[in-house]
Ligand binder design. Structure first.
Ligand code: FES
Length: 185
């Protein structure tokens, strides 16, 4: 997995235009191509990326393969629970030497069921959702494997500085919000 380093020494998975977006201020939103998405080689995947204030969420040296760590991002509100996990295989948007450390919002994109405890190490997947059985592939930007949901899990964009892991933005929209910082009325 290719990585990029910015002027401040933060390292993250390379995405076209991402460096530009990440230098352009808080909550910048834009469209990026994700040419490294496994299974989609040769096709550009348009995706919405938003940058939020960088927040330290863990240390690379303390992550244990297949043991997710829960955190909240980009705020502490309902629906912001996310999980950080070292998958043990390279993943889209993954950071670290193996490109296998990823993070996702843990709320199902179908009807918002919490799935923080549903990680399946055998398949690097999240699910099945307790409500209607959707399962998401954490190696492929949270794509739906099976079930009722049609939207991928929102992926937390990660950056690495030394041993410190930072959340720095979101790829996708958290269920129940009209932007990732505002809950629907
Ligand atoms: S809420 Fe998860 S599949 Fe319906």
């Amino acid at each position: 997995m290719a990585t990029c380093k910015n002027d401040s020494g933060f390292q993250g998975a390379c995405m076209t235009r991402r460096a530009f977006l990440f230098r352009s201020g808080a909550a910048a939103v834009g469209t990026v191509a994700l040419p490294s998405l496994a299974g989609f080689e040769g096709k550009a995947l348009a995706a919405q990326v938003a940058r939020y204030p960088r927040m330290k969420i863990g240390k690379l040296s303390q992550l244990v393969k297949d043991k997710p760590v829960l955190f909240n991002y980009p705020d502490k509100g309902a629906g912001s629970q996310s999980l950080l996990v070292k998958l043990g295989v390279p993943a889209g948007g993954g950071i670290g030497p193996e490109g296998d450390v990823v993070a996702f919002n843990s709320q199902c994109t179908h009807m918002g069921a919490p799935m923080g405890g549903n990680y399946q190490p055998a398949h690097q997947a999240l699910g099945p959702c307790a409500f209607h059985q959707t399962t998401f592939d954490l190696t492929r930007h949270g794509m739906v494997i099976a079930g009722h949901a049609t939207e991928s899990l929102p992926q937390v964009l990660l950056e690495l500085k030394g041993d410190d892991i930072y959340a720095a933005g979101m790829l996708g929209l958290i269920y129940g919000r009209y932007d990732n910082l505002k809950t629907k009325a």
